[in-house]
Design a protein around this ligand. Structure first.
Ligand code: NAD
Ligand code: UDP
Length: 311
């Protein structure tokens, strides 16, 4: 039986990942979370599974001594991902990505565990190369309000590589592009959940800036399958995971209004500082190394996500 630790397992992606890992026979899953943005409700279906355990803990404190089981694999997802949440306490965010990452890496080292880091497209910043390929080094403002997250995630990648070089730790790095779906919190604050909730309530849809900035939206089931395949691959170098279908934020607003049949009007609000103008993953490496590409398009993903928020 393999024992797998998922940090941030009560969050949006983490809860889907815990479920997928438990569906594979022979896995024991430990979810470790500080419940900052994660919710116990996301784990209700898993709680009674004898192979599932929840540990309440913050990764900025050492993990060694906190988990008694020997662990074979670790997925490190512990970090708030929505701009409003990671900017709520920026020092805690950067600490999770630095001090916290060292704690998780040390725990991997003493266990001899394979470890995957949930990195992000944000390490490319406001990209000057489009679509973003893994060899692009990015364009991040070290001083802006997004830096606690963007620079934190860049340091985390560096720490992973250094643990690999120094201790031969078996690492994986996944750069996740905008992902949406069920188990996102109502107060998540990211664009897909905001627009859906606004549309369902016939309230104004808030576009930040002129709405011509682009994002590429991946449905959660595709993403967690990519995480699992990455862990089982032998690839040490970073892999982009995301859906390459690119949309303007205005396109997204119109799609959500159409599918919900909402009477919402669109209103325009100030663009946040350092908001990236365009984003689209080059998924060539994921296709070659993992034989992975997303299966759920935006229309179909929205048609699953909208009823979730409606309930
Ligand atoms: P989320 O906010 O729903 O989940 C994050 C989880 O980590 C929550 O359960 C939270 O309580 C927990 N957490 C935060 N700080 C912690 C700490 N110090 N110690 C222990 N637990 C802590 O976000 P998500 O969308 O599920 O993102 C999960 C991971 O994937 C994050 O690392 C994020 O950076 C990365 N990611 C997500 C996306 C996306 O589009 N969803 C894109 C890029 C990267
Ligand atoms: N956005 C928006 N309205 C909202 C929330 C977000 O127009 O209610 C915009 C935001 O400015 C950004 C894009 O949607 O250009 C994606 O934002 P999100 O916070 O989901 O993710 P990220 O900026 O991290 O890609």
């Amino acid at each position: 039986m393999r024992t797998i630790l998922v940090t941030g397992g009560a969050g949006f992606l983490g809860s889907h990942l815990c479920k997928l890992l438990l569906e594979h026979n022979g896995n024991k899953v430990i979810c470790l979370d500080n419940f900052f943005t994660g919710k116990i409700d996301n784990l209700r279906d898993l709680e009674s599974n004898p192979n599932f355990k929840i540990v309440s803990h913050d990764i900025t404190d050492p993990l060694i001594g906190k988990i008694s089981e020997h662990v074979d694999e670790i997925y490190n997802l512990a970090c708030p991902a929505s701009p409003i949440h990671y900017q709520f306490d920026p020092i805690e965010t950067i600490k999770s990505n630095t001090v916290g990452v060292v704690n998780v890496l040390e725990f991997a080292r003493v266990n001899g565990a394979k470890i995957l880091q949930a990195s992000t497209s944000e390490i490319y910043g406001d990209p000057e190369v489009h679509p973003q390929v893994e060899s692009y080094n990015g364009n991040v403002n070290t001083l802006g309000p997004r830096a606690c997250y963007d620079e934190g995630k860049r340091v985390a990648e560096t720490l992973f590589m250094d643990y690999h070089r120094k201790y031969n730790l078996d690492i994986r790095i996944v750069r996740i592009f905008n992902t949406y779906g069920t188990n996102m919190a109502r107060d998540d604050g990211r664009v897909v959940s905001n627009f859906i909730i606004q549309a369902l309530n016939n309230k104004p849809i808030t576009i930040y800036g002129d709405g011509n900035q682009t994002r590429s939206f991946c449905y959660v089931s595709d993403l967690v399958e990519g995480l699992y395949l990455t862990m089982t691959s032998g690839e040490i170098m970073p892999i982009n995971l995301g859906n390459p279908d690119e949309f303007t934020i205005k396109d997204l607003a119109e799609k959500v209004i159409e599918i919900t049949g909402s009477s919402s009007e669109i209103v325009y609000r100030e663009l946040p500082i350092d908001d990236p103008k365009q984003r689209q993953p080059d998924i060539g490496r994921a296709k070659t190394v993992l034989n992975w590409s997303p299966k759920v398009n935006l229309n179909d993903g929205l048609k699953i996500t909208i009823p979730y928020f409606d309930n």
